[in-house]
Design a protein around this ligand. Structure first.
Ligand code: BG6
Length: 539
């Protein structure tokens, strides 16, 4: 896509001018976890909300031998377990008529002929115009087979083709490092044009993440102070209460840096730190985001030890099951994988004792990083990022801490300094925003105290936010790429992450602190920030 773009598109509903087109979504990995937990439930919610195009079809492709009825039954269970809105008989009966399944191996060239035939049949029977979305919900090792198979069967149309559109949706992980990311991008790019490729980072689809741009650029009060003159530092936290659960096969050998930082945390950073784009054109916004990645000061060599901490969780106990139950998916409690006791809390084994994890694993489940952006806006402002599994609480937030006021007036006592102003953007749960300010305590004394000004999405707007995949699927149907990762952005983030991975490789197993499951991370991460005279926020 060119920067000249196609006018003003998307972003939180204002100005949204593209509408989702009637189409068929072909899901490679149709019987897999992502389809069952996220994709089909997202479609079902869009269907209930009346935002899906009136005419659509889903064709799941998978190795498992299933009939359409089996696929629909599996999908139904997925919706019961994971959907934002409850399954109701009448709409489900209507919805399931749009679901189909075809068994076939991705490596088998014959599968693609079968897909073609089936697609044409579905499209004819359902009066669909032939727009197609191919969702690669499969391991990257199979991307080449899928893309080439589609091409050989004549299922890939060029973007300038006058007829129906053809788009591909690519899931993470896009690579393990810069080199492998480039390879994946190159092989998908050999078959599809960049304008047809939609790379998902589901964090960009979260309502509260989109609101970061609105907050910054639709209000006049933030932009003037959003820089190194007023901001002391920024903390970005994505803490997860769940351990690795049943995902060891994927997570082992991936680790928190690749799984969370390379994509989700860096994208949060981009939105917090980007310059104001001059329009909402997808490529203008994406250019502004990528500039942040390109301004990252490299962390390499000895800097890796100085600016990063990696760690792995050891066994521990959560104070009680209640807060875990707040998580909508909450898989491991449902499956009874961990012992829970109403009074004593939940016992979580150490990562190395989780099912499927080798006892000598050196995969990190926690990362903390201190980073700087080399540009005029952010010169000298540290950004502290942390993410981990099996932590004390599920909470994602961006906290912008403003500079201390001078030590005069109400802040004159060095032994009892005033708490600084902090603007907190709560991404999840309890989505909202709060601003800590100092206020006078009522009474005759000149006493002050910090207070919070609080905005909660739920209170302000009532309606629950759509899930990230709902928004993202709709955007692909509409051809709006704003919330998707462009090839250069994926590679820019890997270019910054790869030297950190290399640095860790040099340290081998020697340097992998532990933290107890249910805690806030290792003491080494506390030191990383305390050495600068600062503290991690308690969430
Ligand atoms: C995924 C990671 O991308 O994001 C998971 O692979 C992680 O390990 C998940 O649990 C977190 O997403 P969310 O939306 O629950 O914060």
């Amino acid at each position: 896509m060119t920067e000249a773009g196609q006018g003003h598109l998307s972003l939180p509903d204002s100005g949204r001018s593209l509408t989702p087109e009637p189409c068929t979504l072909v899901i490679f990995g149709g019987s897999g976890d992502l389809a069952r937990r996220k994709l089909v439930p997202a479609l079902y919610n869009l269907f209930l909300d009346g935002t899906l195009p009136s005419n659509f079809a889903v064709l799941g492709i998978g190795r498992k031998s299933l009939s359409d009825e089996d696929f629909r039954a599996g999908t139904r269970e997925g919706i019961i377990a994971y959907s934002r809105q409850r399954l109701a008989d009448q709409p489900w009966a209507e919805f399931e008529r749009h679901l189909f399944y075809l068994s076939g191996g991705i490596e088998d060239p014959q599968s693609y002929e079968a897909i073609k035939t089936r697609l044409e049949k579905i499209e004819a029977e359902h009066s669909l115009p032939g727009h197609r979305l191919f969702y690669l919900a499969i391991p990257p090792a199979s991307y080449a087979s899928a893309c080439e198979g589609l091409q050989r069967a004549g299922l890939v149309r060029p973007p300038d083709h006058a007829g129906p559109f053809c788009r591909v949706i690519v899931e993470k992980p896009i690579g393990r490092d810069l080199e492998s990311a480039r390879q994946i991008n190159a092989l998908v790019g050999r078959v599809f044009d960049e304008s047809q490729i939609f790379r998902i980072d589901h964090y960009l689809g979260k309502e509260t993440v989109q609101n970061i741009m609105v907050l910054r650029f639709a209000n006049s009060i933030f932009e003037p102070i959003w820089n190194h003159k007023y901001i002391d530092h920024v903390q970005i936290t994505v803490s997860e209460a769940e351990g690795v659960g049943t995902r060891a096969a994927y997570y082992e050998g991936t680790g928190a840096l690749r799984d969370m930082v390379q994509n989700h945390l860096l994208q949060l950073l981009c939105l917090v730190a980007m310059e104001p784009p001059y329009s909402l054109d997808p490529d203008v916004v994406r250019n502004a985001r990528i500039d942040v990645l390109r301004s990252l000061r490299p962390i390499a060599g000895k800097g890796v030890e100085r600016f990063t901490v990696r760690a792995q969780y050891s066994s521990g106990k959560f104070p009680g099951p209640r807060r875990l139950l707040l998580h909508p998916i909450n898989e491991f409690l449902v499956r009874g994988q961990y012992q829970q006791d109403k009074d004593r809390g939940v016992e979580v084994p150490g990562y190395r004792h989780e099912p499927g994890v080798p006892p000598d694993s050196t995969t990190e489940t926690y990362v903390a990083i201190k980073l700087f952006l080399e540009n005029w806006r952010w010169a000298g402002v540290p950004f502290y990022l942390r993410t981990g599994k099996a932590m004390a609480k599920r909470a994602t937030e961006v906290a912008v801490q403003f500079k201390d006021i001078p030590q005069i007036l109400f802040n004159a006592n060095p032994a009892a300094p005033q708490a600084p102003n902090v603007l907190t953007l709560r991404i999840q749960p309890e989505e909202g925003m709060s601003l800590r300010i100092i206020s006078k305590v009522p009474g005759t004394k000149a006493q002050t105290n910090p207070v919070e000004m609080n905005f909660r999405y739920g209170d302000a707007f009532g309606a629950p936010s759509p899930e990230a995949y709902e928004r993202l699927l709709l955007d692909v149907m509409a051809g709006d790429a704003s919330l998707f990762m462009r090839r250069d952005a994926v590679e820019a983030s890997w270019a910054w992450i790869t030297p950190i991975l290399n640095g860790w490789g040099t340290y081998g197993t020697k340097w992998l602190p532990e933290y107890s499951a249910g805690s806030w991370g290792p003491v080494e991460a506390d030191r990383l920030i305390q050495n600068d005279g600062r503290e991690w926020r308690t969430l």
